[in-house]
Write a protein of this length. Structure first.
Length: 75
């Protein structure tokens, strides 16, 4: 094993990571989630509608968005 330290995964640390469209695959994922209407910006009081599975953290200059999963859909 090499001497490099591995970064702890978000599962291990309990931290969530936002998805930013850095690669074409990420951009496609963000676009597909947006096409289904799942990401929303939180209301002034911080609440989200029932259908929202992702929250928009911020908008990027190129028109994309940084999103973060907040809940799973229950069918």
């Amino acid at each position: 094993m090499s001497g490099k330290r591995r970064r702890a995964s978000p599962k291990r640390t309990g931290k969530r990571r936002a998805v930013v469209a850095r690669t074409p695959a990420h951009r496609r994922f963000v676009d597909d989630v947006a096409a289904r209407g799942e990401p929303v910006e939180p209301a002034a009081d911080g609440t989200l509608p029932q259908h929202a599975t992702h929250v928009i953290k911020r908008r990027t200059p190129d028109g994309g968005a940084e999103i973060e999963r907040v809940r799973h859909k229950a069918f």
